[in-house]
Unconditional design. Structure first.
Length: 584
């Protein structure tokens, strides 16, 4: 059977679209199970292709079933696409799954006729069994398929919950069929955060893949050129022994990858963080939510400031960027509680931070409590909106106040950030110094060319970048630090200093095309064309070197040679392999 799996766009555009454009890991796992069972499967990402692409794919592929991965924020995108799909092909069967469908299954079936079936909870085998019933035209067997919901005449039927997959390694490996950057070692979270649906969706009992399964998948993807991964576990380091095994395998197989993870401040120590860093981890995110104990109690976030301070210090010391999640706009939020969050920020000194207004979503403790209070219901979601903010149901909070809280937190973080960088303590031992240098140079590029370079409110980002590049070079001969420092000097017109720094880099590291091309720019600014051409001649297979060579020849008035180099540039550019996917 032909099955089209769809990840629809959210209703509203995002400032940081990268936060939502990646497909949930589950859609690949579902696709792999269906492919293993012999079905034809296509996946459509609504963030990478537009409506015309999708309609063209529908007409060309002619799926019998369309499965939509529904979060709360993209449910209207899914509903709109499902309605259009029915117009194009009235016979197509529409199935909604994912966290949004799981907690609003009755809502979708009662109010939206374009939705035929709901797969609740863990979806791989529920969807497979549903499709088997449809393929065999055995609708009488549908009540025996656990974990689904559907209409039977005018009645809505919900079958018993499906038991969780006990051994996750029985799942076929999605990397055999698809390319992606999100990986998960575990399913489930022992936490009880009031704003999070994970405990009810997965259960608070954590299940895990074997380290071998996880690293096998990473290796398959790395061989196809994917070099950066997001590890999506709610608490990656919950079982430290398993994480160390993962890291040992990554190192033993020589995988040249970088990755980011999420954890809880209570579940890290220096040993596991050092292993993670050695195995390529460059960022760990932690939810601290608020500096106010009263608000943390309301959010049911279990941590102490001492635990947070220790985790952030150790993460940075081991050469990984510690990132903090904060939530504002909770019950009882005031200027004082925001000051407490800023005080906590000064204690933990995050190098990245994300600030969220408290949202209320189905499947969370907060949502159930508000339903009991009569402040929200499933009918709320008939409105064409992505979410409901908590403050909209709290008479003691105004939109103006909550927006002000967010501005205070963000401006406070950005204004303090250079100071947090200056206070960095880093491992400088023989085995960790190269990794600490790598960390400093990555962070430096964020201030010189990345997000922080373009963020209002950060004082003198280039100054912080230069500090980081120089600190990196004090630890180790780091390629990225030479390059970043050279580019900073070029930007300021200090080309003689750029030449000096980049020559140092080439002397320390040996031939390096990117350093050489950067040095060429400053040599050409100094009209040292012959020296630039001698340097470029060391890279005969580089298209960019050929282009720079042509520019040097033009500057010297040798237009015939310039034309020959441009011909070589076009030939090399046509045959050049695609750049490796992922971050540098």
């Amino acid at each position: 059977m032909r099955i089209l799996l769809v990840y629809p766009r959210c209703l509203e555009d995002r400032i940081h679209e990268e936060d939502v454009r990646a497909l949930p890991m589950g859609i690949y796992s579902v696709g792999a199970v269906l492919k293993e069972a012999g079905h034809e499967v296509e996946i459509f990402n609504g963030y990478e292709r537009g409506p015309q692409d999708w309609e063209g794919l529908m007409r060309e592929f002619r799926p019998r079933v369309m499965g939509f991965s529904i979060l709360h924020a993209n449910r209207w995108g899914g509903l709109d696409m499902a309605a259009r799909a029915k117009e194009i092909d009235p016979a197509v069967c529409v199935v909604f799954g994912g966290v949004g469908a799981t907690f609003l299954w009755e809502h979708f079936l009662r109010h939206f006729e374009q939705v035929d079936y709901i797969v609740r909870g863990e979806g791989e085998y529920g969807l497979l069994e549903l499709i088997q019933c449809l393929e065999q035209d055995r609708h009488d067997r549908l009540p025996r398929v656990s974990g689904i919901a559907f209409r039977q005449g005018k009645r809505i039927v919900k079958t018993p919950d499906r038991a969780p997959i006990r051994d996750l390694d029985v799942l076929p490996m999605p990397a055999r069929y698809f390319d992606f950057q999100h990986l998960a070692l575990t399913r489930g979270c022992p936490g009880r955060c009031a704003f999070c649906g994970s405990p009810r969706f997965w259960g608070r009992r954590v299940r895990a893949h074997s380290p071998e399964y996880f690293v096998d998948q990473m290796e398959i993807l790395a061989r196809r050129g994917i070099s950066f991964f997001y590890v999506s576990d709610d608490t990656f380091t919950l079982n430290k022994k398993r994480v160390v095994q993962v890291c040992r395998l990554i190192l033993a197989r020589g995988l040249q990858v970088a990755w980011a993870a999420i954890s809880h401040v209570r579940h890290v120590d220096e040993d596991v963080l050092r292993w993670m860093r050695k195995a390529g981890c460059i960022q760990v995110s932690y939810g601290v939510e608020s500096g106010s104990q009263r608000i943390r109690n309301f959010l049911q976030k279990d941590l102490t400031p001492e635990e947070a301070e220790r985790a952030f210090r150790l993460t940075a010391r081991c050469g990984m960027l510690p990132r903090a999640y904060f939530i504002y706009g909770s019950r009882g939020e005031t200027d004082q509680t925001i000051r407490e969050s800023l005080d906590l920020m000064d204690r933990i000194r995050p190098l990245g931070a994300v600030f969220y207004i408290l949202d209320v979503f189905p499947g969370t403790t907060l949502y159930e409590d508000l339903k009991k209070e009569g402040k929200i219901s499933d009918e709320t979601w008939l409105a064409r909106t992505e979410d409901v903010m908590y403050f909209e149901m709290d008479p003691d909070l105004s939109a103006e106040d909550v927006m002000g809280f967010g501005r205070t937190l963000r401006s406070g973080f950005y204004g303090r950030l250079p100071g947090y960088v200056d206070s960095l303590e880093l491992e400088e031992g023989e085995d960790m110094a190269p990794l600490s240098a790598d960390f400093c140079s990555r962070l430096g590029l964020t201030f010189s060319h990345g997000d922080y370079a373009h963020t209002n409110g950060i004082p003198e980002p280039e100054k912080t970048a230069e500090t980081l590049f120089r600190r990196a070079l004090s630890l180790h001969s780091d390629r990225r630090a030479y390059l970043g420092l050279g580019m900073l000097k070029q930007r300021r017109g200090e080309h003689s200093e750029a030449v000096h720094i980049l020559r140092q880099g080439l002397a320390a590291l040996g031939p390096d095309e990117e350093l050489a091309l950067c040095l060429t720019v400053s040599l050409m600014k100094a009209r040292a064309y012959e020296e630039a051409m001698a340097l470029l001649a060391e890279y005969p297979d580089s298209a960019e070197a050929a282009r720079y060579m042509a520019n040097c020849c033009r500057a010297l008035g040798d237009f015939d040679r310039a034309a020959r180099h441009m011909d070589r540039y076009h030939r090399l550019a046509e045959t050049a392999p695609q750049r490796q996917r992922g971050t540098p």
